[in-house]
Design a protein around this ligand. Structure first.
Ligand code: SAH
Length: 398
């Protein structure tokens, strides 16, 4: 495919000059360079309104983000060799920060590879492509991963619904080598397994690894409730960190089967139990049964996926936090997280404070965390910062 030109309207190059890489369709001079007729994933040279070259990337006429800049170096547009280069740069960060090969290796825009996520489970790779531009490079992406990592297998989890925004279909594909049913990883000195094909997203939520590690100092025996536990990443570690008893709640039966498997794998089965339920119902029922917990973990899915969900999503976070606080024992710890970019740190804290007041509790913020270092934040792209975790002490009102 030859390279087309994409000319921006006057002053619409500001965001790119400040380091961002997205172009919205209303920023393009479509008279000079019509988007219509361009193929999804088309390689483009991006120029300002005077024709000055800004960078190269790819376009998709069917997407609101109609193009993404990938390279500001004329000599190095998006090719297989650029992919290899960027993968190596991404790998060097992970190798510096991790002693074991279990991490997110590529986090899209933040690693200079918009539309690509790559997770590493030792010598097995699970990747996800979310843009037409990366989809067009699929063969090169697979070849680059093979060259840099020499993995035993590469699975493409291209079944995310956000692909719909780019007009892409959803599928799972074994792109290279072999892939067992279960992926194995280590975190916090424990072994975990997730299902390669049926697991959520790309399998494991590596973004919470640092926040989970922080939990150890808060556990002094006691009962722990892990809400939206998925495969037990928090809960099983809480048990290993010394909790007396852990209850994992999730709406997915498959996830809870893996909680049991992971508890067994780490000799924690006696301490860990599971309950399949909607989180809101489970919290209500536990309250009516007068259950109490010394530490509660709330790590729900994103309740605010798009800005327009803000009001409803905020209410859901508030209800969940309120309900959790009611279950805490007198001097309890609440670890609450939000992975919604549209829920700011300030708003989450305010909401937790309000939930405290509502329940006649006094809340102290002890620590806060963000996404782990294998999910670097691109300072020019606020959307790449999404995870917030608060460690709170909840007391009767002063
Ligand atoms: N805490 C997990 C990640 C959670 S992902 C970890 O650290 O690995 C979100 C989880 O919430 C998924 O397992 C999903 O099945 C579950 N879930 C989504 N909506 C739910 C609901 N309303 N009630 C209970 N669980 C829910």
């Amino acid at each position: 495919m030859s390279t087309a030109q994409l000319r921006l309207n006057k002053n619409q190059d500001r965001r790119l000059r400040f380091g961002h890489c997205w172009i919205y369709s209303n920023e393009v001079d479509t008279k000079a360079t019509p988007l219509k007729g361009m193929e999804p994933g088309q390689a483009v040279d991006i120029v300002n309104h005077q024709g000055k070259w800004l960078g190269s990337g790819y376009a998709n006429p069917h997407s609101l983000i109609c193009a993404r800049l990938v390279s500001r170096d004329r000599e190095h547009p998006l090719t297989g060799s650029l992919l290899v280069h960027r993968l190596k740069i991404a790998l060097s960060l992970r190798e510096r920060m991790h002693t074991k090969p279990y991490y997110r290796l590529v986090f899209g825009e933040s690693d200079g590879l918009p539309g690509l996520v790559v997770d590493r489970y030792g010598d097995l790779i699970v990747a996800q492509i979310t843009t037409a531009g990366m989809e067009r490079m699929k063969a090169e992406v697979v070849a680059a991963i093979e060259k840099v990592l020499k993995p035993v297998g590469i699975l493409l989890r291209n079944d995310s619904s956000i692909r719909g925004q780019e007009g892409l279909d959803q599928y799972i594909e074994l792109a290279a080598g072999k892939m067992p049913e279960l992926l194995t990883l280590e975190e916090g000195g424990l072994k975990f397994q997730v299902q390669a094909q049926e697991g959520q997203k790309t399998g494991w939520f590596f973004d919470q690894a640092d926040n989970r590690a922080r939990m150890a100092r808060y556990i002094r025996g006691g009962r722990v409730l892990d809400v939206c536990s998925y495969v037990g990443a928090w809960g099983v570690q809480a048990a290993a960190m010394g909790a007396k008893e852990v209850v994992c709640v999730d709406s997915s039966a498959g996830a809870l089967e893996m909680v049991q498997a992971n508890a067994a794998l780490n000799d924690m089965s006696k301490k860990v139990s599971t309950e399949r339920a909607n989180a809101f119902d489970a919290l209500r029922d536990l309250r009516s049964e007068r259950e109490h917990f010394d530490l509660i973990i709330l790590d729900p899915p994103a309740f605010i996926k798009r800005r327009k969900d803000t009001k409803e999503g905020t209410l859901a976070y508030k209800r969940l936090n309120q309900a959790a606080m009611q279950l805490l024992s007198k001097d309890g710890i609440l670890i609450t997280s939000s992975c919604s970019h549209h829920m700011s740190q300030e708003n989450l804290l305010q909401l937790v404070q309000q939930a405290g007041r509502h329940n006649d509790r006094f809340v102290q913020l002890l620590e806060q965390g963000q996404q782990a270092t294998d999910h670097p934040i691109h300072p020019a792209i606020p959307e790449t910062a999404y995870l917030k975790s608060f460690y709170l002490r909840v007391l009767p009102a002063f």
